[in-house]
Design a protein around this ligand. Structure first.
Ligand code: AMP
Length: 371
């Protein structure tokens, strides 16, 4: 099958790498002018001239990037099957729509308000009581377009630092850790939920994902599974959906979701029987989903800013290196390393050893190491 992918970054690259063994071909459609996918056929279309050309070359369309205009997805959907649907895309790129859907489905969220002026931001901060987090309602990712208000008087400065006409203001959640749940839904409604991951961020960027997340209670696992199934079925989603959650003393609180393969699911490449990338391709091509059982315990380490010593990493018998062939730049995701072990104890040791070859990699600090 010829699969068209909207977006042409590392997620598209990994989708193609998992889709080629199933005899699929890939055409990428890039609106940014700086594709980094490095394989398949790439159509760069900064002025919206080549959409018809792209569509003439593909049988089905999916995406690896959710910040693309919904009208483009809708135009495509009028001609070719698009998975996930433009509705999934529209909701996931708008925090207000996302939080409203969570609420409608009974999925807990932080208390929130919408603010469309600095005065409204100040009022929201007063109503919710500080600290609160203000976020641009659309276009934000990796903590960009956000500010924490310690007091309502911070509203003016926060408003101008974010520089967006519509903000969502959330009560600051006192969480013990961040976790995510990733699941696939097939064209026929089949569901497959991966074990949850514990995610460690630094400066707003994911650095480590540990899966299965250690020490999760059965209640928390069941809640997360229930929430993602509710979302997948409500959206009629086909493909991978990722849901980011905060774990608190009172249970799970939903943060946001992504209608695509997700960085906190990269561990599945070696750490699960079927990777998130292959399962996404299986779903969008109407094939049965693959087994999501974990192979031992895993940790993914993101390579940010500098590739470090690849030769040293490749000498480690347990390190699986994935490089995205991108230029080094501070804060840029350049690759990741997956480590699989038989026990968490062995995993900690391996992760620390491997991370020592990555310059500026923050110390491995998670629920396992602080226990
Ligand atoms: P987001 O872009 O919504 O994923 O937010 C980026 C990061 O900011 C999250 O991974 C959290 O660490 C933090 N964060 C976001 N929203 C909240 C909140 N309501 N309370 C506490 N921390 C938050």
């Amino acid at each position: 099958m010829r699969i068209g992918v909207l977006g042409a970054g590392q997620l598209g690259r990994m989708l193609a790498l998992s889709g080629y063994p199933l005899a699929n071909q890939f055409v990428f459609y890039d609106l940014s002018g700086s594709p980094s996918v490095g394989l398949g056929e790439v159509i760069v279309d900064r002025n919206n001239e080549y959409l018809d050309d792209f569509l003439s070359r593909v049988d089905r369309v999916t995406y690896e990037f959710e910040h693309l205009p919904v009208d483009v997805a809708e135009r495509i959907a009028a001609e070719k099957p698009v998975h996930p649907s433009p509705r999934s895309l529209r909701i996931c790129q708008n925090r207000e729509a996302e939080k409203t859907l969570f609420g409608d489905l009974g999925i807990p969220t932080p208390q929130w308000r919408i603010a469309e002026s600095p005065e409204a931001l100040q009022q929201a901060a007063e109503e919710l009581s500080c600290p609160v987090v203000a976020k641009s309602n659309t276009e934000g990712y990796d903590g960009k377009g956000q500010a924490v208000l310690k007091s309502p008087e911070d509203a003016k400065a926060a408003w101008s630092s974010i520089g967006h006409p519509k903000l969502i203001v959330e009560k600051f959640v006192d969480f013990s850790r961040e976790i995510s749940v990733i699941a696939a839904r097939g064209e026929d409604g089949e569901l497959a939920v991966y074990p949850m991951a514990e995610n460690v961020h630094s400066e707003g960027i994911l650095r480590y994902s540990i899966a299965p997340a250690p020490g999760l209670s059965a209640d928390i696992r069941e809640d997360a599974e229930r929430y993602i199934k509710l979302l997948l079925n409500e959206l009629g989603h086909v493909g991978i959906l990722a849901l980011e959650l905060f774990e608190t003393a009172d249970g799970l609180v939903a943060n946001e979701m992504a209608p695509r393969v997700h960085n906190s699911g990269h561990w599945t490449m070696e750490g699960a029987e079927t990777s998130q990338f292959e399962n996404h391709i299986r779903a969008v091509t109407g094939m049965p989903l693959g087994d999501v059982t974990p192979r031992g315990v895993s940790c993914m380490i993101n390579i940010i800013g500098s590739n470090g010593s690849s030769a040293d990493i490749l000498k480690l018998p347990y390190a699986h290196l994935h490089l995205y062939d991108k230029q080094e730049r501070p804060g840029r995701k350049l690759g990741h390393i997956n480590i699989v072990a038989d026990s968490y104890e062995e995993l900690i040791w391996r992760v620390r050893n491997c991370a020592s070859f990555l310059p500026n990699c923050p110390e491995f600090d998670c629920s396992l190491t602080s226990a």
